[in-house]
Ligand binder design. Structure first.
Ligand code: UDX
Length: 481
């Protein structure tokens, strides 16, 4: 099939490259000439594992091209997939300017039946707006052409986007129940045919339900995270271990294990923006989404929990102290710094007078840009922030190590190396990645999220471990007790 993708941002580029890999012919349009030149040159504007090879292979084999030519892009694809950005406005609502411009261009240049596929995450009702814009353009040209707007939200996770695209749990298609809608559905089924060989993964519904499905999915996942983060803070007070609680509840199939990881809060381009947008949409319809409002405010607070733990441990004045920070991107596998908890944590440390040595395997450049922007009014703070090439460099002379993003390369922590290199071996584990008992046994002070008090309590008041308890019980038995 011939497919046009409008917008070579994260979603557009992954979608385009994957569809080309399935054998479709894909024309990617972007208004940014520099970006198109970069892509034609084989360089990637974003970091996503495996994407560069996928793009290169499909471009070399002639199934994938990049261009700024709007007219040619509309002429090319029977399917016009809109995957442009929908950045949040100052009031939290989605800015649909680029979606509207794409719809206008399609209406202005189309000369045969087109399926307009809405892939960007957009407020419920946007597909209808797109339809109106295309129709108005056709009307202005006195053209009587059929088209249909389909809502086909994406569920790609950054860092695993190619795998998510190639192995979808479901393909949501929101289509109109009319003649052009049914024709569009046929083409969409053809597009995604390879995914439905063994199992039907397509969920066909009306357009509004499809638009809402995307928000509902992200809102549910964000809710699970905030729920666990709130319980983790309670676990801290109670001296319970949230990791054990997670395992205890996750084994219930009605609950499951995913997205129950407590930590330094969620970030990224989707959860914060989409939960806000859904709350807004509801308010516009006269309904408050109280649960989701709480989900957002819990997350805002959670981003500062690690910083509060540092201040609780060292006092409010961190002048003369140095902190190693591991992981800057909002999650592993990406260089994306949007809404990353590391931004608030590092800014807080610097404001309290600390020096910071930061490491991220991929996101250091984007982190430097993001933090320079966040601290534009206090540029002097940036002088106390440095980025290091290797994680170990950050530890030298540090008062504490903060783990903010759980990249794989941080998994193995060597306690004796920590003790040798650091001024004081203290670890704030913002993703509960490390074993508190192992670190505590090696003389490293460990504070996690929802488990830090436990290690401290064990230190202060050691309780026998199960193995020790068993040994004690056996001894008592032997002694006839
Ligand atoms: C998300 C959705 O998962 C995806 O389906 C949608 O298309 C876009 O939004 P993404 O933003 O790439 O994807 O990241 P995701 O892996 O979902 O993580 C989002 C945030 O939640 C990260 O900051 C992550 O650290 C955090 N998170 C995730 C937790 O704090 N705990 C968890 O258990 C899971």
């Amino acid at each position: 099939m011939n497919v046009t993708i409008v917008g070579t941002g994260y979603v557009g580029l992954v979608t385009g490259a994957c569809l080309a890999d399935l054998g479709h012919h894909v024309f990617c349009l972007d208004a940014d000439e520099a970006k198109v030149a970069m892509l034609n040159d084989g360089r990637m504007p974003i970091y996503e594992p495996g994407l560069d090879e996928l793009v290169a292979r499909n471009r070399d084999e002639g199934r994938l091209s990049f261009s700024t030519d709007v007219k040619a892009s509309v002429a090319f694809g029977d399917l016009q997939i809109i995957a442009v950005g929908t950045p949040p406005r100052a009031d939290g609502s989605a800015d649909l300017r680029f979606v509207h411009a794409a719809a206008k261009a399609i209406g202005r240049h189309m000369d045969r039946f087109k399926v307009v596929v809405q892939k960007s995450t957009v407020p419920v009702g946007t597909a209808e707006q797109v339809s109106r814009i295309v129709r108005a353009e056709l009307h202005a040209r006195a053209k009587d052409l059929d088209f249909s707007v389909v809502s086909n939200p994406e569920f790609l996770k950054e860092g695993a986007a190619i795998d998510d695209f190639m192995n979808p749990d479901r393909i949501v298609l929101g289509v109109d129940d009319d003649l052009p809608g049914r024709r569009a559905l046929g083409l969409m089924r053809q597009l995604y045919g390879p995914f439905n060989c063994n199992q039907e993964r397509t969920r066909v519904m009306d357009v509004r339900s499809a638009e809402l499905t995307k928000y509902a999915a992200n809102a549910m996942l964000a809710t699970r995270i905030s729920f666990m983060n709130e319980l983790a803070n309670l676990a801290d007070r109670l001296g319970a271990d949230i990791e054990l609680v997670r395992q205890g509840i996750g084994s219930d199939p009605r609950i499951g294990y995913s997205f129950l990881q407590a930590g330094a809060g969620y970030g990224g381009s989707c959860f914060p923006k989409d939960v806000d947008a859904l709350c807004r949409t509801a308010l516009e319809r006269g309904q408050r989404l109280s649960v989701l409002e709480a989900v957002q405010s819990v997350n805002q607070r959670q981003k500062l929990v690690l910083l509060q733990k540092v201040l609780g441990h060292f006092g409010d004045d961190l002048a003369g102290r140095e902190f190693a920070v591991y992981g800057l991107a909002f999650k592993p596998g990406t260089d994306d710094m949007r809404e990353a908890p590391s931004r608030a944590i590092i800014a807080g440390l610097l404001r309290a007078g600390a020096r910071v040595a930061a490491h991220d395997p991929v996101a250091q450049e984007s982190a430097a840009r993001a933090l320079a922007q966040d601290l534009a009014d206090e540029p002097e703070l940036l002088q106390r922030l440095r980025y290091v090439e290797r994680p170990a460099e950050a530890l030298v002379g540090a008062d504490a190590l903060l783990l903010v993003t759980e990249w794989k390369q941080y998994r193995v922590l060597n306690p004796s190396q920590l003790k040798r290199a650091m001024r004081t071996p203290v670890v704030f584990d913002g993703r509960n990645l490390w074993d508190p008992d192992q670190l505590a046994a090696a003389g490293v002070t460990y504070l996690g999220v929802g488990r830090s008090n436990l290690a401290q309590m064990r230190e202060a008041n050691p309780t026998p471990q199960p193995a020790q308890q068993l040994a004690l019980a056996k001894k008592k038995l032997r002694n006839g007790a």
